[in-house]
Design a protein around this ligand. Structure first.
Ligand code: ASN
Length: 596
């Protein structure tokens, strides 16, 4: 096999690969890895018989010829193709902050115009993300624009406890044409997926990153095809890529990532229009229909002078059909300010708040497929905000910066008063303060920081997050607290270390267990290097060390630099008495037990 991927790791391993000259390696500090799942769409279409249709097995070859999307020189120097054993892996040119994004393209067969997509295709994408989750830092899904908002919404629900970015993108004009939007969209999506831990299913189009379950296609003939009417973009890619971290959905779980591919197909969208007949509504609501999104007028209104219509809705909800009230308007929310809105509540409908019909429909499909839940629980889930798809009613609950005495005092000392400057101070001060609180295990201080609007997953000047620090110190409760308040287990500091590798170095078993439960894992390189570390632990009879590395996911059968495994190291020593056993007789027995 060729040289390991990361040049900086390759340097460490240079004694193994002595044929490799250090000079030939670039000095870039890190590489990120992104999986691109190509499902089809205009981005890879060509014209046949005067109409656009997907073209198979052509996409990777054409990207290879585009210098903005592939650096062939670097690929050759770093043995990229040998390492991955396939020509489907490409690498972006080096970024401004000297990072490389290596991406592998998985092309579906057949490639689809997204008008042909079904729930089965959503399931396939979900399974592929799940299968490859630990091997990549982020995922880009190439998809047609016509139903992209539906797929993005559905994936946002199907991906439970997501900790890495999943970004859908595509194009209005094929990447093969001279003027097209595909190249920019793909490049932007790759750069964001490879560089930022945004734990959401997103959609990237025309320089903006949106939450996937908030978008809708609004223009068939513009590069600016999508809108997220009720939520500001998560990021904008202008001169710089600016992430709106305050809007990014925060992980709030200690559960591991999984994909729920069960979806219920007995759902539908029904749009009200003046004069709609009761017979139409009755026919639509017949079994096997189990969930319907009613697209009502304005702020969730329907005629209150049509008992025949309301009667049909009432009968359906009484018989267990879940009906969600969403507005036909592009922007705004369902409320109960009108008599014409109240009648729908009285008919048993559930308010959909400011959800898009696409989000409401796919949420129904996801929730109704949960076989172990009863109807009341499903209804409750439909009215709750599960993945940031609807705005919480924050009336009266919003905290503002001026609540914070601490920041006020600093602002006064510095003679600062305007909101923007206050926010700038908060943002500059809070990461090191949060890390300091994590160091001493002070949950109250973290709570206070959170209340003043601090994002507890931001890193300090070295990219070290409070979770890294808490993992080093072994503050289990604090680790638990941070994971429940937005911290990500996938954060890497400037040395490439994660909270998991820190917890292993400092030997905090419980923390390692909790991080693993939450989905933390060693990278491919770390797993490869673990063999050498395990051998040296084995040689010195360090049972505790071996145990903690194993808990963290390392494999005792992984070979070290000379091809021997930790187990072989033990066995190649004296069969009964290992040299260190004289020094640690008790550990010797425990060690034998552990290895058996
Ligand atoms: N019909 C195409 C699709 O959705 C439209 C596009 O991708 N721009 O696959």
């Amino acid at each position: 096999r060729g040289a390991p991927l990361q040049p900086w790791r390759r340097r460490k391993l240079s004694s193994r690969n002595s044929f490799e000259s250090l000079e030939s390696l670039s000095l870039h500090s890190a590489e990120a890895r992104v999986l691109v799942i190509n499902t089809g769409g205009t981005i890879g279409m060509t014209i046949h018989d005067n109409v656009l249709a997907p073209k198979a097995n052509a996409f990777v070859q054409s990207l290879r010829k585009l210098p903005i999307l592939h650096d062939e020189t670097y690929a050759q120097q770093s043995c990229l193709y040998d390492y991955y054993g396939s020509e489907n892996t490409l690498v972006l040119p080096v970024s401004k902050d000297r990072k490389r994004i290596v991406y592998t393209i998985l092309e579906y067969n057949p490639l689809l115009d997204s008008s042909n997509m079904t729930t089965d295709d959503w399931g396939r994408i979900g399974k592929d993300i799940e299968k490859n989750y630990e091997n990549y830092d982020g995922f880009v899904i190439l998809h047609g624009t016509d139903t992209m908002a539906y797929t993005a919404s559905a994936l946002s629900f199907m991906c439970e406890h997501l900790g890495k970015p999943v970004i859908l993108t595509g194009a209005q004009v094929p990447i093969y044409e001279m003027r097209n939007d595909g190249r920019g969209n793909l490049l932007g999506a790759l750069m964001i997926a490879g560089q930022y831990v945004i734990p959401e299913v997103c959609l990237y189009f025309y320089n903006k990153l949106y939450r996937g379950n908030r978008v809708t296609k609004v223009d068939a003939g513009s590069f600016n095809a999508f809108s997220s009417p009720n939520l500001a973009p998560l990021a904008t890619a202008e001169v710089d890529i600016a992430i709106n971290w305050d809007t990014v959905w925060r992980a709030n779980t200690t559960a591991k990532f999984q994909v729920s591919t069960e979806l219920n197909r007995n759902v539908g969208l029904l749009r009200l229009f003046p004069g709609i007949t009761a017979a139409t509504v009755r026919a639509f609501l017949q079994p096997p229909m189990e969930g319907v999104v009613l697209e009502s007028y304005g702020s969730g209104n329907a005629p209150d002078n049509r008992p025949d219509l309301l009667e049909e809705l009432r009968k359906a909800t009484d018989s267990g059909v879940i009906i969600i009230n969403c507005t036909q308007c592009l922007r705004g929310t369902v409320s109960t300010s009108y008599a014409t809105g109240k009648v729908l509540m009285d008919a048993g409908l559930i308010t959909g708040g400011d959800m898009t019909p696409e989000a409401a429909l796919s949420k129904l499909s996801y929730v109704l497929a949960k076989k172990d839940l009863d109807l009341e629980v499903k209804k409750k889930m439909m009215s709750q905000n599960l993945r940031g798809e609807m705005s919480a009613d924050l009336a009266g609950a919003k905290l503002c910066l001026s609540d914070s005495r601490f920041i006020q005092v600093i602002a006064k000392t510095l003679s600062i008063s305007c909101k923007e400057e206050l926010e700038a101070i908060r943002d500059a001060l809070s990461p090191p303060l949060a890390c300091a609180a994590a160091k001493i295990g002070d949950i109250e201080a973290l709570e206070a920081l959170k209340e003043m609007g601090t994002n507890l997953c931001l890193g300090d000047y070295d990219g070290r997050t409070p979770l890294h620090i808490a993992a080093c110190e072994g503050h289990l409760k604090l680790v638990q607290y941070l994971l429940s308040h937005g911290a990500t287990v996938h954060a890497k500091d400037r040395y490439g270390d994660t909270p998991l590798s820190n917890a292993v170095s400092f030997r905090h078993k419980d923390v390692v267990k909790l991080l693993r439960k939450t989905g933390a894992h060693f990278s491919r390189e770390e797993l490869e290097e673990a063999g050498t570390e395990l051998c040296s632990l084995a040689a010195s009879g360090d049972l505790e060390g071996l145990e903690i590395w194993t808990l963290a996911g390392a494999n005792l059968n992984a070979p070290g630099y000379d091809g021997q495994t930790a187990i072989q190291v033990v066995r190649s020593e004296h069969s009964n008495e290992f040299p260190w056993a004289l020094r640690h007789p008790v550990q010797s027995n425990a060690f034998k037990l552990f290895l058996s």
